[in-house]
Design a protein around this ligand. Structure first.
Ligand SMILES: Nc1ncnc2c1ncn2[C@@H]1O[C@H](COP(=O)(O)OP(=O)(O)OP(=O)(O)O)[C@@H](O)[C@H]1O
Length: 305
């Protein structure tokens, strides 16, 4: 376990009714990153996040936050975390600012935090409206304002853009993205939408059926998008036979044949070999696996995201 990590779990597991829902998860969230916790519905994201927050007791394993053991430093850890799990809780008959004041008393933070948090989520002009009159997006923004009220070191958000329209999603996304740089927060957020995580996260953890299948920099995940080269010629069988003695072993599929990733000069070499042997080349294409393809390959799930 990395002692400097903001969040580090060790074989974190949860069983419900003897069924393993979170399976030996070793999660590591480093300071200043936006860690996207990605997985299909029911994968175990919320359960994991709740264990990080001490809301659900792990069956096995342990959690360290800011390098400290949960069991021994509960209060000091909680003081430095802000979270929004499931839908935000608020009093509908009270205004936005009244709700914030209640949270302010609970959190014991100065007045200026309330104003600043409302400003960040752009609710300052709506703060005197009753929350029951807020749109879904405004309620979600209020939930985030409450979560960042103490300007925590770690912000945990469970599906923060769930149920919002595209404009609302864009707004929340930009808001979250600004938090590490502007306020030094580390953000851990979950989503079942790959596109969402792709646009917002600097690091990613992919969970499926309770198991963490991938964890690392977003760029590392993207690097896994292996590009293959596909070639179509006037006589594929002859082309494959011609290339083999030169060390190029192709895989034939439908009207094309494929190679694993190749450099530009290798592709040029193959092209020249084919042409020199009188085989007309019709198409040479690079086929990159999309992030979605990688995700589906990792999780073995159907295309449903
Ligand atoms: N309190 C509970 N008792 C029994 N089973 C539970 C409980 N909480 C969650 N589960 C089960 O554990 C599994 C993981 O649920 P979890 O809510 O963590 O998934 P998730 O990845 O957050 O998905 P979703 O986005 O659908 O909430 C699900 O099969 C769920 O039914």
């Amino acid at each position: 376990m990395n002692e400097n990590a903001i969040v580090a779990t060790n074989n974190l597991s949860k069983y419900y009714d003897q069924i393993c829902r979170v399976n030996k998860v070793n999660m590591e969230v480093k300071e200043g990153e936006i860690y996207g916790f990605l997985g299909p519905n029911g994968a175990g994201k919320s359960t994991t996040l709740k264990m990080l927050l001490g809301l659900v007791k792990p069956t096995e394993g342990n959690v360290k936050i800011f390098g400290k053991d949960w069991s021994k430093h509960r209060q000091s850890i909680l003081n430095q975390i802000g979270s929004l799990i499931e839908s935000p809780s608020y009093y509908g008959h009270l205004t936005g600012i009244e709700n914030m004041r209640i949270m302010q008393r609970l959190r014991q933070v100065p007045n200026k935090n309330v104003e600043e948090a409302l400003r960040i989520v752009r609710l300052e002009n709506q703060k005197n409206k009753k929350v029951e009159q807020y749109s879904l997006g405004m309620k979600q923004r209020l939930g985030i304002a409450m979560a960042i009220l103490s300007f925590p070191k770690l912000l945990i958000l469970d599906e923060p853009t769930n149920g919002l329209d595209p404009a609302g999603i864009g707004e929340i996304r930009e808001l979250i993205k600004s938090l590490p740089q502007r306020y030094g927060m580390t953000v851990l957020l979950s989503s079942h939408l790959l596109s969402e995580i792709e646009q917002i996260a600097t690091s990613v953890g992919i969970i499926s059926d309770g198991k963490l299948l991938f964890q690392g920099d977003m760029s590392l995940l993207k690097a896994r998008s292996k590009a293959s080269i596909s070639i179509k010629t006037m006589d594929n069988a002859l082309a494959i036979k011609t290339l083999l003695p030169h060390g190029f072993m192709a895989e034939s599929k439908k009207d094309r044949f494929f190679f694993n990733y190749m450099s530009d000069s290798q592709v040029a070499h193959i092209n020249k070999l084919l042409v020199d042997h009188g085989i007309e080349v019709i198409r040479i294409e690079e086929n990159k696996m999309s992030l979605e393809d990688i995700f589906l390959e990792l999780t073995g799930k159907e295309r449903s995201l």
